[in-house]
Design a protein around this ligand. Sequence first.
Ligand code: PGA
Length: 252
Amino acid sequence: MVKRPYIVGNWKMNGTRAMLTEARAINRAAERLVKVEVALAPPFTLIQPICKEAGLIGVGAQDCHAAEGGAHTGDVSASMLKDAGAGFVIVGHSERRADHNESDADVKAKAEAALAAGLFTIVCVGETETERDAGQAEAVVARQLEGSLPHGANAPEKVTVAYEPVWAIGTGRTPTVDDVSAMHNAIRAKLGEVYGEDGAEIRILYGGSVKPDNAAELLRADNVGGALVGGASLSAESFVGIIVAAAEIAES
Ligand code: PGA
């Protein structure tokens, strides 16, 4: 695992103010487990309250619009997220690619809007089960990276990549550690092609059914710099279990 592990919880469309108890408990764990960078991406409605109640963790959004503002009913721009206290935004999650037909070009435009607003961004990529079975996983992910990664002077410092095989999200199934290593090594090579030497420093998170009991082995795979966690981030107990696993690896 490279640098300080980065463990990010993606709450998806879950959470009301009742969940602030979980955020506070996660914040207390982050205070103790300083070797790990901890963040939450709650729904838009909880960004401000979590910033207020859990000041030691990063807080981000799960999506933004590519435009600065205007006639886009129901959308939220990157500068609005920044104004609400967010420090980063996830773009290109497979649920958005599938539910909202987001293309690589859309994802890139959102990532560039995030950078322009002064946010960090987590760019998600990952193959479907059919693509993996067809032996296409690395080619699909390489194509997504080429099309989705933002360009611009400060891009490499502000970008994190999350590799999330679609078939592992919310299913309880994960790739083997060897498959994770192979994919993360391939992503590292692609980041070098896109960003040159700066590509070596970019964190690559693994996501898809990360739990306290499989976190350590997944985090030990090659070029895994942390985890993007869905279901297991909804309770402080399980999310902190993952943070503890990352802290133990960071200390070893
Ligand atoms: P999961 O989701 O941990 O529930 O599989 C991961 C994600 O979609 O980011």
